[in-house]
Design a protein around this ligand. Structure first.
Ligand code: CAA
Length: 309
């Protein structure tokens, strides 16, 4: 790669555009602004969606400032929340949102075709040296980047945060065989500036955390289906016997049963035949599928899951 490309890629990230104002996108935007001090734009397709993102951010910051500003009045806490929320621009104009961006982080629906469409559009609108990253938790980063120019592929990587984003310390930085060292280092630096701990992983199913967590949650569900223990005992066992903060059923409710089902069926369809993951690890669970069919998907929907609220 030539020297000027290298210099451009190493320029310091200041403006970050997050696409997708759901739980993950809002959480990432919040931490980028609040902890990282970045100029953040949160973009989505409708004002309803961006308002939803602002509400998620506001609720989370209220929780945070209630503790960190415990000696201050409720008005002062609310003022501090408002200051951070107001500092995050919202946009429904994709092209405008990336006009001067240094980094795009995508956290939209977990669908490869829709992500490809978004990145193809943004590739033509964002500055040539802007870094692109996806927060996908289960798709191949290389597939998500398939529709962008070869130059941009060198500036593309995974930037995977965890739910709840303000609370979870980890970011997985994922590199494809085309991700440049500069882009990888820039993404690592952003994660650090957000106060997170970055780990590095190659582009593989579920990277590190979900590669381990998804088969683990599925096996917990199958264990209960086989009648070997109750879900309550499995949760207690993993909390007290393995030191996990949540048992696998509580975690499945947090992640969303629909998400868990979507990830595992996606891997059954496209990553087992390639030999990237074993069929056994993602074997379908009837119990999981029937709960999803009934719409009992867990915490996000406020309905059902394994521990109905
Ligand atoms: N915003 C701000 N603060 C939050 C928050 C949020 N969204 N969610 C929780 N908190 C804070 C609480 O206010 C509380 O703060 P203090 O300790 O200062 O009082 C703290 O986090 C702990 O919360 P709780 O007391 O309510 O409950 P807890 O001690 O059980 O912690 C938890 C909650 C942090 C979620 C913890 O249970 C945990 O770490 N669970 C595991 C979560 C996990 O594994 N996430 C990864 C999911 S997989 C994923 O995300 C990948 C994917 O792609 C599917």
């Amino acid at each position: 790669r030539n020297f000027s490309t290298s210099l451009a890629a190493q320029k310091e990230v200041q403006n970050v555009t997050v696409f997708g104002a759901g739980l993950m996108g809002a959480g990432i935007a919040q931490v980028l602004a609040h902890k990282g001090g970045y100029n953040v734009t949160l973009a989505d397709v409708s004002e309803k969606a961006t308002a939803g993102g602002q509400s998620i951010i506001s609720k989370s910051l209220t929780r945070i400032f209630k503790k960190s500003m415990a000696d201050k009045s409720a008005e002062e806490q609310a003022e501090a929340v408002k200051k951070v929320v107001d500092s995050i621009k919202v946009s429904t104009d994709g092209a405008g949102a990336v006009k001067e961006t240094d980094l795009v982080i995508e956290a939209i629906i977990e669908n490869v075709g829709i992500k490809q469409e978004l990145f193809k559009f943004l590739d033509g609108k964002a500055p040539k040296d802007a870094i692109f990253a996806s927060n996908t938790s289960s798709l191949s980063i290389k597939d998500v980047a398939a529709t962008i120019s070869e130059e941009r592929k060198a500036l593309f990587g995974g930037f995977h945060a965890f739910n709840p984003v303000p609370q979870m310390k980890l970011i997985e930085i994922v590199k494809t065989d085309q991700t440049s060292k500069d882009a990888f280092e820039s993404l690592t630096a952003v994660a650090k500036k957000m106060g997170k701990v970055p780990v590095s992983c190659v582009d593989s199913p579920g990277f590190i955390v979900n590669r381990l967590l998804v088969p683990y949650m599925l096996e917990a569900i199958r264990l209960v289906e086989r009648g070997e223990a109750t879900k309550e005992d499995v949760d207690t066992a993993m909390k007290l016997g393995a030191g996990y903060p949540m048992g696998p059923f509580e975690l499945a409710d947090l992640v969303g049963l629909d998400t868990l089902s979507h990830i595992s069926s996606g891997w059954r369809d496209s990553r087992v035949s390639t030999g990237e993951i074993s069929a056994e690890a993602v074997k379908e669970s009837q119990l999981l599928e029937s709960l999803v069919k009934e719409g009992k998907t867990g915490k996000k929907s406020g309905k059902g899951g394994f521990h109905p609220q």
